[in-house]
Design a protein around this ligand. Sequence first.
Ligand SMILES: Nc1ncnc2c1ncn2[C@@H]1O[C@H](COP(=O)(O)OP(=O)(O)O)[C@@H](O)[C@H]1O
Ligand SMILES: [Mg+2]
Length: 270
Amino acid sequence: MNAIITDNEKAIIDKHNRILSTISHDLKSPMIALLGFSRILLREIEATNENQRWLDMLKIIIDSGEDMFGLIEDILTMAKMEAGKEMVEFELIEDLAKELIGIEKTFGCEAKAKEIDLSVVIKSHLPVVRWDMKRLRYHVLNNLVSNALKFTPSGGHIVISAEAFEKTVLLKVTDTGPGIPAEMQDKIFKRFGHTEMCSERTKKGDGLGLYNAHLFVTQHSGRISLDKSVHHGATFLIELPVDILKQQEEGQSNIEDKKIKTINRHKLLL
Ligand SMILES: Nc1ncnc2c1ncn2[C@@H]1O[C@H](COP(=O)(O)OP(=O)(O)O)[C@@H](O)[C@H]1O
Ligand SMILES: [Mg+2]
């Protein structure tokens, strides 16, 4: 996953990303129009309550459009992150529990419709963290929860949990779905790793969600992984530093301290 790439490979990836970005940008505007007008039509037809067949067809158009839009967004995000153009904007998050409950609310209706129990468990007192919560939610947590919802059968459970350690916070997204087969486990965080996976299992996804999540968490000085010790369902772990800026400053001052100590030792030796 963290293999070092050669300059040649980097040049190919850059070129690949430039082409993908151009195509994705060009697809995005007509998609916005298609989705926008379809939603207006849906509202109009729903209001008249007359033609169920049209309503059903329109819902299929909108669902497919949303899938396509998701793919375009994922490709653009990947290209931006790989080019180092996706910023990380740190802010202090005073109430992390509230943020996680917000995610539960976002997916609450979908979970209810699928008869899946979605909950948030806060395992210890959570500190104030310095994270880019908006992007963390968008690139990481939303994707993990929507994957869990995609694969968990009705009657199942999805838990988002959080636990604080000395300098890190561990977030977990656990589900009671079929889990990830051993032969796929090393591919799911890879760039276009899904092309090597059986299409039946991808359930129409583009397979870039976990790769983008991995890029963003790494950019955030954290780590995302699949908990291979859990053998039922899927459990994803995200470990993030509580405050990477503070830790870097402290690291810096430790270095300064060591320098002073070394200088003093030299003085003593002299
Ligand atoms: N919670 C899960 N349960 C089972 N399989 C999963 C789960 N999350 C991810 N996967 C597998 O990993 C693949 C990659 O996920 P992701 O990168 O989010 O792409 P996508 O959702 O677009 O397919 C999925 O297609 C699926 O096969
Ligand atoms: Mg996904």
